[in-house]
Design a protein around this ligand. Structure first.
Ligand code: 4NP
Length: 164
């Protein structure tokens, strides 16, 4: 009898401030690209915010719109980072900007598992950490969401190349 194949999933958690604009986009794009590569089953993917203002809400309608334009679904509702659980469950803790990164480190995240998402964008190799933020589009216009999507898409593709 053949042994049942055990698939060890790699946990990837995308983290921003509110978990309604950038990190849900990163979660959806990463899953979309992993699916295109036939690798979806290799990952356990989620997103959260360091702040709790929007817990339980669906992603911002502007994130939903830009994702839809690119055929990407945004599956989850907002939740707040839970350092005790999340730092244990997820292998990769991926910050959208340096403030999210600093917040996770302050909360006790293991340094070797924390990365800025855009550090995986190969076109940005050599850039300073300060230039690797996905700027928060929440208070701006729709353009900011298009720009965030492009940044996230390039970085998620680079991340898949790097960790697979
Ligand atoms: P996100 O954007 O961190 O990309 O989800 C934000 C959403 C909401 C707020 C801030 C940033 N807020 O202050 O409510």
């Amino acid at each position: 009898m053949s042994a049942r194949k055990q698939i060890e999933r790699t946990g990837v958690l995308f983290v921003c401030l509110g978990n309604i604009c950038r990190s849900p986009l990163a979660e959806g794009v990463f899953l979309h690209l992993a699916h295109e590569r036939g690798m979806e089953d290799r990952f356990h993917v989620d997103s959260c915010g360091t702040g709790g203002w929007h817990v339980g809400e669906r992603p911002d309608h502007r994130s939903v719109a830009v994702a839809k334009k690119h055929g990407v679904k945004l599956p989850s509702r907002a939740r707040k980072l839970d350092p005790f659980e999340d730092f244990d469950r997820f292998h990769w803790l991926i910050a959208m900007d340096s403030e999210n990164e600093r917040e996770m480190l302050t909360e006790g995240a293991p340094r070797e598992r924390v990365r800025l998402l855009r550090s995986f964008d190969v076109t940005l190799s050599g850039a300073k950490a300060a230039d690797l933020d996905v700027p928060d589009p929440y208070y701006g216009g729709v353009d900011g969401f298009d720009q965030a999507f492009s940044m996230i898409q390039r970085a998620c593709a680079g991340m898949l190349d790097a960790i697979c």
